[in-house]
Design a protein. Structure first.
Length: 95
C-alpha cells in the first residue's frame, strides 16, 4: 500500500504528541504550514485514487446503493461532493 500505513502511524505519533502550548511562537507558522502541506498532499493523493474505488466494485455498507454513497459514507462528505470527487478523479486520469 505504498507504505501509507507507516506514514499515517508517524503522523498519528506527531499529532498525539503535539502540545500547541509547547510550540515556540517563532515556530508556529512553520509548523502550521508543514501540517497544511501534509493535508494538501494527502487530499490530492486521495482524490487521484477515488476513481479506483469505482473500478474496484467494492462492497457497499448497509443501506448504501452506489459507489457515490459509499465514498460519501467513508469520507464523511455529501453524496454530491463524492460525485464531484469521482468526476474530478476520472478527469485527472484522462490528462
Amino acid at each position: 500500500m505504498l507504505d501509507a500505513r507507516s506514514v499515517r502511524e508517524a503522523l498519528e505519533g506527531l499529532c498525539a504528541g503535539l502540545d500547541p502550548d509547547s510550540v515556540p511562537l517563532p515556530e508556529v507558522l512553520d509548523l502550521y504550514e508543514e501540517l497544511n502541506r501534509i493535508a494538501n498532499l494527502a487530499s490530492g493523493a486521495r482524490l487521484r485514487l477515488v476513481r479506483k474505488l469505482d473500478e474496484a466494485a467494492m462492497p457497499f455498507g448497509p443501506g448504501v446503493r452506489s459507489v457515490d454513497e459509499e465514498i460519501a459514507r467513508r469520507s464523511g462528505t455529501s453524496v454530491r461532493d463524492a460525485q464531484e470527487a469521482l468526476k474530478t478523479s476520472k478527469r485527472l486520469a484522462d490528462q
